[in-house]
Ligand binder design. Structure first.
Ligand code: GCU
Length: 400
């Protein structure tokens, strides 16, 4: 009886949550004419109101300031120290994909204060390439079957054959190795290594832990002689795309970043309040961002940063962002405008992007630009079309 009523109560709560989510999503603004007037924080003005004019001022004053602001207010700290990182090759097949690639399934173990975290990496390296090769690393937030090492199952979410045929290595790890994507269990992973993060208001949570994982995989790449660790592109879709941006901003060893349909607290400007909003993301996914971020629920304009500053923190490295035409939740226009507003930081490095004032038409990718972008026809997803443009973009910026 007690069990039944508990069950009924949990079910009731579940229904309420679903309804709240549906209401929030329904209340979201999708009307461009209702975007409120807003002023973005000036990416080139320090907190002491000093105008940043040179690359050196950017690198020594403003960039560190921006990273700190994101750590304190949005993603939480990114602890960098650990006691040791070891790895073992669980499975190797030099004749994978009909001889085109070598498969390595690597277990990377990171230990701090006797607490271990294990990252299971799937890696395919093209066989025809001589010397270390550039690699695409996917932060996988979907099912593990999307990155099937046996290739019995193939998925456009991680089209390994296409990437191998283009002369790049491709790798992936699953977010659950670092922090399960769950309000209660996200603490079981990286956060066991850094327990102080759990209680701090600026402590990292799941998205921070996933980005941390990408950085540890990069540590591993530096030890793998088949990989060119100076040419690692970090890729993520949606929540994974928020993590790929944060990883690239925090860790300047990443040579390139791909952020696919990453939307709110990813590549889209928060101040536009279009589609998903901070209040909603913090309510439905309270385990993603630092506790401090909740202070900005319904208060986008008080936030000392906006997402163009995260993109700017990746400069001068090439960045490619995408959207999908039916995915207004992730605010395609707001994403494009974030890139546009990061341009001037790339300008300090003498890099001019070819971004017009307005977003390009659907399926018109911008490739020959340090800031690349497309808005694909269709739904919220990571597809072969997206990857084909990542490869074109990498051909321009990584291969040279
Ligand atoms: C939800 C969430 C988004 C997120 C997306 C995803 O829609 O609101 O912020 O990007 O899930 O990860 O697919």
């Amino acid at each position: 009886m007690l069990f039944l009523s508990r069950f009924a109560f949990s079910f009731f709560l579940f229904l309420v949550l679903i309804q709240v989510q549906a209401q929030n999503a329904a209340q979201a603004n999708y009307d461009e004419s209702k975007v409120p007037p807003y002023t973005l924080p000036d990416v080139l003005k320090t907190t002491k109101s000093k105008k940043v004019q040179t690359k050196t001022e950017w690198e020594t004053i403003r960039r560190p300031e921006i990273i700190k602001l994101f750590e304190e207010n949005v993603y939480g700290q990114m602890p960098k120290s650990y006691d040791r990182l070891t790895y073992s090759i669980k499975n190797k097949n030099a004749d994978a994909m009909a001889g085109k690639a070598t498969l390595k399934e690597v277990t990377i173990e990171v230990v701090k204060n006797n607490n271990p975290v294990k990252i299971n990496l799937v890696l395919f390296v093209p066989n025809r390439q001589k010397g270390p090769v550039p690699v695409f690393l996917l932060i996988n937030n979907r099912g593990k079957d999307n990155t099937d090492p046996t290739r019995a199952k193939k998925s456009d979410f991680w089209p390994a054959e296409m990437v191998i045929d283009s002369g790049y290595a491709i790798a992936a790890f699953h977010v659950s190795d670092l922090a399960p994507d769950d309000t209660a269990t996200y603490v079981n992973g990286v956060l066991q290594l850094y327990p102080e993060q759990l209680t701090a208001n600026d402590g990292m949570k799941a998205i921070g832990a996933w980005a941390w994982g990408a950085c540890r995989v990069l540590d591993y790449f530096e030890k793998d002689t088949t990989i060119d660790a100076k040419k690692v592109a970090v890729v993520g879709h949606s929540r994974g795309g928020k993590a790929s941006l944060w990883a690239a901003a925090e860790d300047q060893r990443f040579a390139m970043c791909m952020t696919n349909c990453s939307g709110n607290t990813g590549a889209a400007l928060a101040r536009r309040q279009f589609g998903e909003r901070i209040n909603r993301i913090n309510t439905v996914f309270p385990h993603w961002f630092a506790t401090n971020y909740k202070k900005f629920n319904h208060k986008e304009n008080v936030l000392p940063v906006d997402q163009h500053m995260l993109i700017a923190a990746i400069a001068p490295r090439p960045l490619y962002a995408t959207n999908a035409s039916k995915d207004l939740w992730a605010d395609p226009t707001g994403t494009y405008l974030a890139l546009k507003n990061a341009e001037k930081v790339y300008g300090l490095y003498g890099l001019t992007s070819n971004l017009n004032a307005n977003p390009p038409a659907i399926n018109q990718p911008i490739i020959n630009s340090i800031l690349g972008y497309h808005n694909r026809e269709g739904e919220h997803n990571l597809t072969a079309y997206d990857w084909s443009n990542f490869i074109k973009f990498a051909n321009v910026h990584l291969k040279k």
